[in-house]
Design a protein around this ligand. Structure first.
Ligand SMILES: [Zn+2]
Length: 357
């Protein structure tokens, strides 16, 4: 079990930062998806479950350093409402397939406002190829990353331009919903979602997920606003974390929000887990159900951990690309990295101007 030691060492060396769905949420989704798989697949995925779990937030770690990474995590569907007859219409009518979407809006525009449903389909196709050639490293990497994007697609605030409540005076709501609530209440959640199923059209399935997430958006924003008025100053409290005092959403406020949302966060996490399992399984079936358990070996895993670690070092050293600071909006309610914040503000203003033209 040398690789467990290696893994522990790597993650001790890496300070924990906050992410979309939080570390906890993404890891939980990746991990629990393994248990939806049929016997022919579960051996492989269980063998690599620590890797799949621990690397669940890699796409967030590289989003400011890898060109083109940031838009894969979201879609600002409401930006397009003006082309489709008003509020809530775009998500129902946007071109479902990448080629048609590019023809209608241009790749630049799509990249500016997020591509998550199309990217899920692209990665699923890559996973089919990886299964076909029985490339264990590719299966492992693509499965882990695909699970991340699926998880993001199921977060209501990943489907709107107002992704952190910044347009409705609710700054910080992103991390509150997807990090603070699961951290406090996940012990009450049920993560067993049943067996993975074969999906006829995975591209449309990805759209169903974002449509459903978008439909939940009104209650996400509305109830937070309502409770803010009720709680006044008691909305926030100070907590000790890693030797630092941070301002965060108070437990009472969090509990009230959790109750009023009536299981919404749990539902979205469960949907994400099921969808990850469904897409892994569907890709495997589409590849002709190859035998994969004999692909497992300690050398592959060790090498993969080392390579991933090397990449993570490069992500930390690389210059930053302006993007949306989803993962800087956790329970602390503010961005700690001035550099990212400044770059983002400039980027956001530019986008706003473009949008008003
Ligand atoms: Zn993400």
């Amino acid at each position: 079990m040398k690789y467990y030691l290696l893994l522990s060492l790597f993650y001790l060396l890496h300070p924990l930062t906050s992410h979309a769905w939080g570390f906890f949420g993404h890891r939980q989704i990746n991990r629990m998806a393994v248990f939806t798989l049929p016997p022919e697949m579960i051996g492989f995925y269980k063998y690599y479950i620590v890797y799949i779990t621990e690397n669940a937030t890699n796409p967030d770690n590289r989003r400011y350093v890898v060109e083109g990474e940031a838009p894969r995590h979201f879609i600002d569907a409401d930006v397009y409402d003006k082309y489709y007859g008003g509020k809530g219409q775009a998500i129902l009518q946007l071109p479902r397939y990448w080629k048609q979407a590019v023809e209608r809006f241009s790749e630049d525009t799509l990249m500016a406002y997020g591509i998550v449903p199309w990217h899920i389909e692209k990665m699923k196709r890559q996973l089919v190829q990886a299964f076909k050639i029985r490339d264990s490293k590719a299966i492992l990497r693509i499965s882990t990353d695909l699970a991340h994007y699926i998880a993001d697609a199921n977060v209501p605030l990943h489907t709107t331009e107002n992704y952190n409540g910044q347009l409705s005076n609710q700054n910080g709501i992103h991390g509150f919903w997807e990090s603070r609530l699961p951290e406090l209440f996940a012990k009450e959640y049920n993560f067993f979602v049943g067996q993975a199923q074969l999906i006829d059209n995975t591209q449309l399935y990805a759209w169903e997920a974002v449509i459903q997430a978008h439909a939940a958006l009104d209650s996400v924003l509305h109830y937070e606003k309502e409770l803010t008025q009720k709680f006044g100053e008691k909305k926030y409290a100070f907590e000790q974390r890693n030797g630092q005092t941070i301002r965060t959403y108070s437990r009472d406020f969090s509990t009230a929000y959790h109750k009023i949302l009536a299981g919404q966060v749990e539902r979205q996490m469960r949907k994400a887990i099921k969808m990850v399992g469904d897409l892994w399984y569907t890709a495997w079936i589409e590849a002709g159900s190859p035998e994969i358990f004999t692909l497992t070996n300690e050398e592959t895993l060790k090498k993969e951990i080392e390579d991933t670690e090397e990449e993570k070092k490069q992500w930390q050293q690389a210059p930053l690309i302006p993007g949306r600071p989803h993962e800087t909006t956790s329970q602390e309610c503010c961005c700690n990295d001035e550099n990212i914040l400044q770059k983002y503000q400039a980027y956001y203003l530019k986008r706003k101007e473009e949008n008003n033209e």
